[in-house]
Write a protein that binds this ligand. Structure first.
Ligand SMILES: *[C@@H]1O[C@H](CO)[C@@H](O)[C@H](O)[C@H]1NC(C)=O
Length: 398
């Protein structure tokens, strides 16, 4: 946790930092800047620039806000959502470059959580453990999600955002995994100012307002990316997103020349959650189970061709017809398998444990038996997955 002077004092010092970090070093990397701290040219510049400090003072409020967010997330969080970010205000490219240099320079001698951004935790041990322990019946997601995210975040200069599309019936764990990602990659989880969650029917309910939504979404994403070098955008109910909104996301997913001006390339992960293709996944899994396959032996290669074909063919959603899908801009389609009785039992157990309630094995069976199982004859898959299990345990309260 950085223990620097209080923000008010830094507000005065900021232009000086800017001048030292930029005027003198130009594009000095963090290492060069670090070598020069204290005595060398940086310090002389520091001394010589007191005059300019006063002049530049008023210009730098916005840089201050951005800078403070990077190195003092606590200070940043105290602002009301959006208060520090006037609507429509965008940091020019040059400003972004300055900010990177400034942050690197500052972090070269201050504790910025190991030279990084305190808001970003990227705890893969935690992610893998959560996926293993708290998610039930999803061996494909357990394997695909951390692998895809880890290798993307390890790229030195990613040239596009990473796009993962989660598919499956409701209650199979898509939102749960999105939350696990947010919680393990960011200190403040879904509330992080590096993370944005958009729910189609909630944020974009009226098709006639699509133009407004598009502008708002573009602004939101741009502002989030300006605040944070590693962002996560979650689109829930992606099957209900208006075509215009999907199109607005395309620039994030298309190859871009890495921005060589920046000290570090920004990273962005887009998650699309939808029930598109859920039926096909279920049919395919049922077929394989009947053919004697173990559920855990089902591979993504067995499911993906039919899943993709189904998504592209879907007529009641724009997602499959969007250029995101047509131009292969989605990196991974992650199938979520339908849950069986034994998985529902595990969800019930977790719900008791998380509410610190005592339970007997029969209670778990009783809850699992309340769910509706399909198909009609075999009754193998819970039609609601593990949805609303935690409400159901209320019946067992004393
Ligand atoms: C990562 O997550 C695990 C499991 O939640 C936790 O025990 C560990 O302290 C975390 N590591 C860091 C560096 O936060």
């Amino acid at each position: 946790m950085p223990r620097g002077p209080r923000p008010r004092l830094w507000l005065l010092l900021l232009p000086l930092l800017l001048a030292v970090g930029l005027g003198q070093h130009g594009r000095a990397g963090p290492r060069e800047a670090a070598e020069e701290r204290g005595s060398g040219p940086a310090w002389r510049a520091f001394q010589g620039l007191r005059e300019r400090l006063r002049v530049a003072g008023t210009l730098s409020k916005r840089y201050w806000a951005l800078f403070a967010c990077r190195v003092w997330p606590e200070a940043c969080e105290q602002d009301e959502e959006g208060a520090a970010w006037p609507h429509g205000w965008s940091l020019p490219l040059l400003g972004q470059q300055y900010l990177d240099t400034l942050t690197s320079w500052y972090c070269s001698f201050q504790d910025c959580c190991g030279g990084g951004d305190c808001r970003i935790t990227n705890n893969f041990t935690g992610l893998e453990s959560d996926l293993r322990v708290r998610l039930h019946g999803q061996h494909l997601a357990q394997e695909l999600v951390p692998t895809a995210v880890r290798s993307y975040l390890a790229l030195p200069r990613p040239d596009k955002a990473l796009a993962l599309s989660f598919h499956g019936w409701s209650g199979t764990g898509k939102n749960f995994v999105a939350r696990m990602l947010a919680e393990n990659l960011y200190r403040d989880g879904l509330r992080s100012d590096c993370v944005k969650l958009f729910i189609a029917t909630f944020h974009f309910p009226h098709p006639k307002d699509a133009d407004l939504y598009e502008e708002w979404l573009t602004d939101q994403m741009r502002e989030t990316r300006e605040r944070c070098g590693q962002t996560l955008f979650v689109f829930d109910e992606a099957e209900k997103l208006h075509p215009g909104l999907l199109e607005a996301l395309r620039p994030h997913l298309q190859l871009q020349a890495p921005d060589s001006l920046r000290a570090e390339s920004p990273r962005s992960i887009l998650l699309f959650l939808s029930n598109l293709g859920g039926n096909v996944i279920n049919e395919e899994v049922l077929r394989l189970l009947k053919a004697g396959w173990a559920r855990e032996a089902v591979t993504v290669d067995q499911l993906e061709p039919r899943l993709q074909a189904e998504i592209v063919a879907s007529t009641d959603s724009s997602f499959g017809h969007s250029r995101l899908v047509k131009d292969n801009l989605i990196d991974f389609f992650v199938p979520f398998l339908p849950l069986e009785y034994r998985h529902v039992r595990l969800c019930a157990r977790d719900a008791f444990l998380s509410q610190k309630l005592p339970y007997a094995e029969e209670d778990l069976d009783q809850i699992a038996t309340m769910m509706v199982y399909v198909p009609q004859e075999e009754k193998i898959f819970s039609s609601q997955g593990c949805k609303s299990i935690s409400q159901r345990i209320n019946y067992f309260l004393p």
